[in-house]
Design a protein around this ligand. Sequence first.
Ligand SMILES: *[C@@H]1O[C@H](CO)[C@@H](O)[C@H](O)[C@H]1NC(C)=O
Ligand SMILES: *[C@@H]1O[C@H](CO)[C@@H](O)[C@H](O)[C@H]1NC(C)=O
Ligand SMILES: *[C@@H]1O[C@H](CO)[C@@H](O)[C@H](O)[C@H]1NC(C)=O
Ligand SMILES: *[C@@H]1O[C@H](CO)[C@@H](O)[C@H](O)[C@H]1NC(C)=O
Length: 355
Amino acid sequence: MQGSITYILIFSFISPCLCTRLNVGTTNDVYNVMQYGAIGDGKSDDTQAFSKAWSSVCASSGMSTLVIPSGKSFMVTGVNFSGPCNAKITIQMEGRIVAPSKENWKGGANLITMEYLNELIVDGNGHGEVYGNGGTWWNCPTCFRPGVLFFHACNGLNVRNLKITHSPQIHVYVMQCNGATFTHVSINSPATSPNTDGFGISYSTNILIQDSDIKSGDDCIAINGGSTFINATRVTCGPGHRISVGSLGRNKTTDKVSDIHVRNCTFTGTTNGARIKTVEDASVSVSFVTYRGFTGTSATDVAISLDCSSSGCYGIVLEENNIVSAQPGKKTSAFCRNAHGTATHTIPNVLCLIK
Ligand SMILES: *[C@@H]1O[C@H](CO)[C@@H](O)[C@H](O)[C@H]1NC(C)=O
Ligand SMILES: *[C@@H]1O[C@H](CO)[C@@H](O)[C@H](O)[C@H]1NC(C)=O
Ligand SMILES: *[C@@H]1O[C@H](CO)[C@@H](O)[C@H](O)[C@H]1NC(C)=O
Ligand SMILES: *[C@@H]1O[C@H](CO)[C@@H](O)[C@H](O)[C@H]1NC(C)=O
């Protein structure tokens, strides 16, 4: 009796799968860059092999996987993983991908571009690393310098278990994407490396960066114009400058940012914790900002600075914050200019807000 019930249940689950297979054709196809001529010795240029493998995986149908295998090192100089593609693609980015030195750079603006893709998964499985060879660029801060990963017009993106190190400039740039989750992404560049933002986000919505560790020479996360519903949860930042919104105000029509949630993040050795920055001359309106549960130490006397333009900031709420001086016995203070709002249970005592 039980046997037959089990049989019926299994059958009813399997039959739709069989139909799907017959209709769609190939499913779960695996494309390995090694089959497309990649060498993986860290010196030979594997750019062409990556492009050929991508053309195949993009033209396939169903669920397809592009494998960049672990235990190898692939030197590429500008790769374009571009859609639209028929397949729903997973990139198993398990090997090491290395950029050439500055002298040998032949690519465009970024080491790896992924664009016009839906439901892309990039999984480093804890081994994958993309190394930008930034050390060969950092001594020329005024030179053009490429970023490492550029996600453009990707919807429903999922990036996880990946390391991104030593970018010449920004590490991960997210532009015009709707729906993206970054989980267990580790970014590592020295504190002294110029303009090496961890994440830069613009014109994007529904982006979540979680359980990730960012060490950089500039902002850990920079949220720029046109971005809404951006969350950073359980991110550790430092060394690095901060998690930042802006600068906003260069373009009055497009520089709107709203619904940003930074939660349970840790800042160590950063210039600031959370900062909203606007250009000085334009009257950018900043409103409904809550700072809750910040605890820690400040290296400067002014631990909280609410420095608004003459048009004012409104709806600023400070609750349950405790920021003491890093120097024992010293007191921290708060600074306000044109800031309207309330502060409760906050150290330093914020008496300068306008009700
Ligand atoms: C990537 O390739 C697509 C299709 O060939 C092209 O439209 C796009 O401009 C390329 N992007 C970059 C950054 O090279
Ligand atoms: C971001 O957090 C807000 C508030 O909790 C939540 O409503 C939203 O769904 C979150 N978005 C993402 C992409 O995680
Ligand atoms: C602002 O952005 C819009 C849309 O991209 C563009 O058309 C406009 O020229 C920009 N304005 C300035 C002052 O940069
Ligand atoms: C943040 O941490 C608090 C305290 O550990 C926990 O209760 C809360 O669920 C966490 N929230 C998120 C979004 O991780």
